[in-house]
Design a protein around this ligand. Sequence first.
Ligand code: G3P
Ligand code: CA
Length: 253
Amino acid sequence: MSTSSQPGQSKPLNFAHRGGRRWAPENTLSAFRKSVELGVDGIELDIHKCKSGELVVIHDDTVDRTTGGTGRVKDMTWDELSKLDAGSWYDKQFAGEKLPLLKEVLDLVNGKLTINVEIKNCPTLYAGIEDDLLAMLEKYPYPERIVISSFDHEVIHSIAGKSKKYKLALLGDSIIHDLPGYAKKVGAQCWNPDFDCVRPDSMKVAHDGGLEVNTWTVNKLEDWQHAKDLHVDTIITDDPEGLKTFLTDTATK
Ligand code: G3P
Ligand code: CA
């Protein structure tokens, strides 16, 4: 994700997890708009495919937790999903917030920051979701500002065989044997591990193997410091505002 850095930007980069869950309902245009306004380096978001075929930005494979509705995204049409309130559960000031389409987020961001699109493909398998994503991204004029990640490494491998335009990232919460060899086989350039997997030895293996390390979800000051000390490339956080302050305060340290 280092391609997203601005001139003079120091590491680590600051990515808003689901748009920044501390300041707005996750994975909504309100959250992504705040990220653009604050000038973070990037946003992370999750996509699923609904019954009528659109790529919808939502974390869970059901709408139950983050909207007023109930049901599986794969069983609902965009017409049905677009009527749901995705803000009231978080705070009444966000009442009426809608689930966004990925296309709407691309239009909002329009190259102002990097977008880490996480393909959610477990437990629900969305056959061909990578082709839908690639078709949509083909029209986006900032390929260098896109990272595609997934816990489904088959889908990352599939994309690697179809396009070289985007950085690809292996999501995981384990230490992988011969990570560089594995990443090369899959076709990924980044390792996006749970912060628990970020250790001096795993960092060395990743960086020596030419991989970027983008870790999640890091929300505490002492963990930001630890991540910085270990030279991670990107911190993905629910609190991009707090992380920005921390990175500014410690810029020369
Ligand atoms: O992309 C990092 C992180 O978002 C993966 O976990 O469950 O928050 O999507 P989750
Ligand atoms: Ca995610």
